[in-house]
Structures are given as structure tokens and as C-alpha cells.
Ligand binder design. Structure first.
Ligand code: B4P
Length: 185
């Protein structure tokens, strides 16, 4: 089994690159953001609990996302591996994932480095084109702050464990993918 975490701030291109890696390596792509948005669009109990939190750009409770990921891993026993996108976002989530994958294969972390100006530009653009509820000016600012406070510390955590690879996330989608690919082999 091969497992990867695509890591980076909001707008770094995690979803875009995760989809490409999953397709190329025949892995299963798991985006907690997409799974949570699905809960919201179906107005499930979880969806109703998380929709205001997501609209503000805050993190959903660890218990909720940990539960979603646990179900997905347990219900996909035969897959070649996973590409985690947007998970983990806290140290507790990282520890939870390591426990779930300990007997399989601990993931390698692929970190996309992108400047704040470029992140804001991409998210504003998506706000105009797609109209996602959290791609508005105020929430974008908060998501970047939340990332710096709660998620960025994971870089040291994984760096200390020698599981971290960082690549430049600026440029064309395909050239960024090639940078990732070169580091994954
Ligand atoms: P996510 O869906 O993960 O949102 P995100 O961090 O903003 O990343 P996203 O995938 O949308 O953007 P990407 O980097 O792909 O999470 C949404 C919310 O769900 C969170 O705020 C939180 O409330 C909740 N949540 C999710 N996971 C959670 C967890 N584990 N714990 C707690 N809460 C959680 O960037 C995409 C944009 O850039 C796209 O528009 C794309 O087209 C563009 N792009 C990509 N590559 C590009 C390139 N090279 N050049 C130009 N544009 C590019």
C-alpha cells in the first residue's frame, strides 16, 4: 500500500494535484473538504452541524473528520492506497491517521508552497467562477489565519519525522505535478 498526504494552505492546489496523483497511481482520493460539502448539500445531521463553521472558515471538530476518514479507510480495504487532501489539519488528526495506517503504510507528506498573495488571488477567482460559500474576502482571510495557527505546525511535526517533501506550488498545474512526481519516486 502507498499513502500520500497533499498538504498546503487553502488555495495551494491540493485538490488539483491530489486528483492527478490518485489517477496516475490508481489510488483513492479522499478530500475531507469535499466530503463535508457533500454532507452539507444533503443536509445530513453532520452537514447541519458543520455548515456555519465551514462558512466562517473555521476547522470542523476533530471527532467529525476523524470519523469520516476512519469509515472511508475501513470501507476501502482492498485499495492500492490513499491520497489524503485537506486531512490532517491538526496534530490530533495527524496522530489519529497514523494509528489508522500503522499496520498498512504511513503516508508521505507532499507540501505545496505558495505565497499568500497567490493563494488569495486563486481563491478570489474561484469565488467568482464557482461561488463556493467560503471563497469570499472575509472567510479567505480567516482560512489563512486558521491554517497558520492550527495546521502549519504539522510541517515541523512531519519534518521531525523525516516524512515531509516540499515543492514550489507556483506555476502551471502540470509543471507542479512533475515536481511532485520527481520527489515521490
Ligand atoms: P477544503 O475543501 O480542504 O478547502 P481548502 O483548504 O481551501 O482547499 P481547496 O482544496 O479548496 O483548495 P486547493 O488548495 O485545492 O476545506 C474546506 C473547509 O472544510 C475548511 O475550511 C474546514 O472548515 C473544513 N475542513 C476540511 N477538512 C478539514 C479537516 N481535516 N479538519 C477540520 N475541518 C476541515 O486550491 C484550489 C484553487 O486553486 C482552485 O480554484 C484551483 O483551480 C486553483 N489552482 C490549483 N492549482 C493552480 C495553479 N497551479 N495555478 C493557478 N490556480 C491553481
Amino acid at each position: 500500500m502507498r499513502n500520500y498526504i497533499i498538504f498546503g494552505p487553502p488555495g495551494a492546489g491540493k485538490g488539483t494535484q491530489a486528483r492527478k496523483i490518485a489517477e496516475a497511481l490508481n489510488l483513492t482520493h479522499l478530500s475531507t473538504g469535499a466530503l463535508l460539502r457533500e454532507e452539507v448539500s444533503h443536509q445530513t445531521a453532520v452537514g447541519q452541524r458543520v455548515q456555519d463553521i465551514m462558512a466562517r472558515g473555521e476547522l470542523v471538530d476533530d471527532n467529525i473528520v476523524d470519523g469520516i476518514i476512519k469509515d472511508k479507510i475501513e470501507n476501502n480495504g482492498q485499495v492500492a492506497g490513499f491520497v489524503f487532501d485537506g486531512y490532517p489539519r491538526t496534530i490530533n488528526q495527524a496522530n489519529h491517521l497514523d494509528v489508522l495506517l500503522a499496520a498498512k503504510a504511513l503516508p508521505l507528506i507532499l507540501n505545496l508552497e505558495v505565497s499568500d498573495d497567490e493563494l488569495v488571488r486563486r481563491l478570489r477567482l474561484r469565488g467568482q467562477e464557482v461561488g463556493r460559500a467560503d471563497d469570499n474576502e472575509e472567510t479567505i482571510k480567516n482560512r489563512l489565519l486558521v491554517y497558520k495557527q492550527q495546521t502549519q505546525p504539522l510541517l515541523n511535526h512531519y519534518g521531525d519525522q523525516k516524512r515531509l517533501i516540499s515543492v514550489d506550488g507556483h506555476g502551471q498545474v502540470d509543471e507542479i505535478y512533475q515536481r511532485l512526481e520527481a520527489q515521490m519516486n
